[in-house]
Design a protein around this ligand. Structure first.
Ligand code: GUN
Ligand code: ZN
Length: 444
């Protein structure tokens, strides 16, 4: 089934970021149009501006989808999520290494079955759309078929993913392990089949240092060298027991990051999930290599791993690039609104603050920039894919009631959305100008 991009126009309150906001009230960091129009042709944005000026320029007969009180933003981008963990989310009472063994490594074994993977790929992409997420960076299971099923389903829906098969050749059940050689072969075949095909891109995905031998990390490095342009994703410095185990397994490494560095896994397309307990040296090295630290607040709270240190990473002397992500199923919500709200609380506990402008910029433009995909996604501007989310800031009685007191202040409204908003606040989601989710026409 081939996807047909949309040709349409959306009218509403348009918000799109131009650069990272420096502080609350940074009015120059975004464009806001109170009655705006986004014009879409063949899936791409062709014009954006005041509705009053643009409506008369529309081709005769073009439909206008009008959302008078809603905010139209670039679709959210999730930079770290596990496709085979949709039935792991909300698993009780364990810290990272026990959680992996007790729940995750059980659920992921079922992805050897292609029908299971295909069914769950449909659920997974439905759920992203329901939450306003239009692109994601995804971990598959160890089975190449899981990633095949996911890419196939995403391409059929016109959704752009970055995804990869997990590489794991030790410290996991036999049914979930590959070898350095088979992980190399299977990843290479998937890169050939999917990287740059339609909107799909590949990420070489060694799960983390504990489940990869040096030979396998060597293979991951070789894949990156042989295929410039592919991404790399893994986990880094999430949990203290994990860090001790990595030091035991890799005694010659200076620290956790150095394990990956020795095999050539750092760089401007390398995404490191969590990065909670980094040393000064590790942060400086991440800065030097333009590597990306991925903040996964709901996961860090739920698994009890610790509090991300945004201010330390942001140090202007050696700023580390950052992205935001749900990390479902360690994370507890598919919603980037909820994720941002929990991120705010994590930073509160650190004595740091996180303005709503910064959070919304990161969910959209910032995450796109972290992926090097700014020409395609993350902003409402001509040339970009019309991947859009329509947000209803009065989606629950409590939100509508609180909103009465805000009196139209945009930053307060965004803060309300990230604090109380969730999937109910997603009025509609568009992929390449086609409505992929319509809250009010879903029959439950
Ligand atoms: N570290 C290694 N694997 C995982 C995973 O699946 N989830 C999280 N949160 N951390 C990990
Ligand atoms: Zn993860």
């Amino acid at each position: 089934m081939a996807f047909t991009p949309g040709t349409t126009a959306l009218r509403g309150r348009i918000l799109t970021f131009l650069r990272a906001p420096e502080a609350p009230g940074d009015r120059d960091s975004y464009t806001y149009i109170a009655d705006g129009l986004v014009v879409v042709s063949d899936g791409r944005i062709t014009a954006v501006g005041e509705a009053a000026a643009l409506l008369s320029t529309l081709p005769v007969g073009m439909s206008v989808e009008h959302y008078p009180d809603s905010l139209i933003l670039p679709g959210f981008i999730d930079t770290h999520i596990h496709f085979p963990q949709t039935q792991v989310i909300a698993s009780y009472g364990a810290q990272l290494l026990d959680w992996l063994e007790k729940y995750t490594f059980i659920a992921e074994q079922r992805y050897a079955d292609h029908a299971h993977a295909a069914r769950n790929a449909r659920f997974f992409l439905d759920e992203l759309a329901r939450n306003g997420t239009t692109s994601a960076v995804v971990y598959g299971s160890v089975h190449p078929g899981s990633v095949q099923a996911l890419f196939h389903e995403a391409e059929g829906r016109g959704v752009g993913l970055v995804a990869g098969k997990v590489m794991m050749d030790r410290n996991a059940p036999t049914a979930l392990t590959d070898t350095a050689q088979t992980s190399y072969d299977h990843s290479k075949a998937l890169i050939g089949a999917w990287h740059g095909v339609g909107r799909q891109r590949y990420a070489v995905t060694p799960r983390f240092a504990i489940t990869s031998t040096p030979g396998q990390l060597e293979a991951a490095g070789a894949l990156l060298r042989e295929h410039p342009g592919v991404y790399m994703q893994t986990h880094l410095s999430e949990n203290l027991e994990e860090i001790r185990e990595v030091a035991r397994l890799y005694p010659k490494a200076r620290d956790y990051l150095d394990v990956y560095d020795r095999f050539g896994l750092l760089g401007d397309r390398s995404l490191f999930g969590h990065c909670i307990h980094l040393s000064e040296r590790e942060m400086a090295r991440m800065h030097e290599t333009a590597s990306i630290a991925v903040f996964c607040p709901t996961s860090n709270l739920f698994i009890g791993s610790g509090l991300f240190d945004h201010a330390a990473l942001e140090n202007p002397a050696r700023p580390v690039r950052m992205a935001l992500a749900t990390d479902v199923g360690g994370g507890t919500s598919y919603s980037l609104l909820q994720t941002a709200g929990e991120g705010y609380k994590v930073l509160q506990l650190r004595g740091q603050s996180w303005p709503a402008l910064a959070a919304f910029d990161l969910m959209t433009r910032g995450n796109a920039a972290a992926l090097g995909l700014s020409d395609d996604i993350g902003q409402i501007a001509p040339g970009r894919y019309a991947d859009l989310v329509v947000l209803d800031p009065s989606s629950t009685p409590a939100m509508a009631h609180r909103r009465e007191a805000i009196q139209g202040d945009l930053e307060e409204e965004l803060f309300l959305l990230m604090t109380l908003g969730d999937d109910r606040a997603v009025r509609a989601t568009y992929i390449q100008g086609r409505r992929a989710h319509d809250r009010d026409s879903v029959v439950i």
